[in-house]
Design a protein around this ligand. Structure first.
Ligand code: SAH
Length: 211
């Protein structure tokens, strides 16, 4: 997976490649699907939701530029926020990078299952149930925020919860023509770059799509 799906498509970030070669993806797919855990696409995890394609997880992790933030950490690791826990796989990859990870999921059952899976693999991720379009103020500011669901536009609370110098990756555009946005906060300014086209399930919430 790392060689054929990630390196072959240009993922170069060392933190991302190292983490994704270590996280057992089969532990985050539904029972009976271990045989296709490393397939080159998203998989259904029930409740109309998916575990993201490995390449998409890699691109989003790479966009956080953890090396610029000091990976591999010699000082206290930074706080990261994962919006849309789903299977917990993206959260596991961020935790494997050595960061302090908070992950927020609106579906209580998915959150509970992800919490169990993460704990079983020894990842100390804090999984909370709530509307991630509002971010999660108690653990802010975050050096990085990853949003795995598409919003009509970038939720403002998430930008406000970014630390100075921090980055967030968030798909927007809605429908079938979403793009990954990479937003970097520098003081009170923000720089936005658009990257890959992508297709994510909708971000449903106050600063997302309506139910
Ligand atoms: N990161 C996941 C992919 C999850 S798919 C993984 O690695 O497997 C997107 C998830 O976002 C779904 O589980 C969906 O329930 C959740 N979601 C949608 N809107 C949300 C919101 N406002 N807050 C938190 N989670 C949300």
């Amino acid at each position: 997976m790392v060689r054929d799906q990630l390196e072959a498509r240009g993922v170069r970030d060392r933190a991302t490649l190292a983490a994704m070669s270590l996280v057992p993806r089969e532990a985050f797919v539904p029972e009976g699907r271990a045989g296709v855990a490393y397939a080159d696409g998203p998989l259904s995890i029930g409740h109309g939701q998916t575990i993201s394609q490995p390449y998409m997880v890699a691109r989003m992790t790479e966009c956080l530029a953890l090396s610029e933030l000091g990976w591999p950490w010699t000082e206290a690791p930074p706080a990261l926020l994962d919006v849309g826990t789903g299977s917990g796989y993206q959260a596991a990859v961020l935790a494997q990078c050595g960061a302090r990870v908070t992950s927020i999921e609106r579906d209580p059952e998915l959150a509970e299952r992800a919490r169990e899976r993460l704990a079983a693999q020894g990842y100390a991720v804090k999984v909370v149930v709530g509307d991630g379009s509002l971010g999660y103020p108690p653990d802010a500011p975050y050096a990085g925020i990853v949003v795995a669901a598409g919003a009509p536009r970038v939720p403002e609370p998430l930008v406000e919860q970014l630390a100075d110098g921090g980055r967030q990756v968030v798909p927007d555009g809605g429908g079938r023509s979403q793009r990954l946005n990479i937003i970097r906060r520098v003081g009170s300014e923000r720089e936005t770059r658009t990257a890959d086209a992508c297709v994510f399930v909708p971000l449903v919430g106050q600063h997302g799509h309506h139910e």
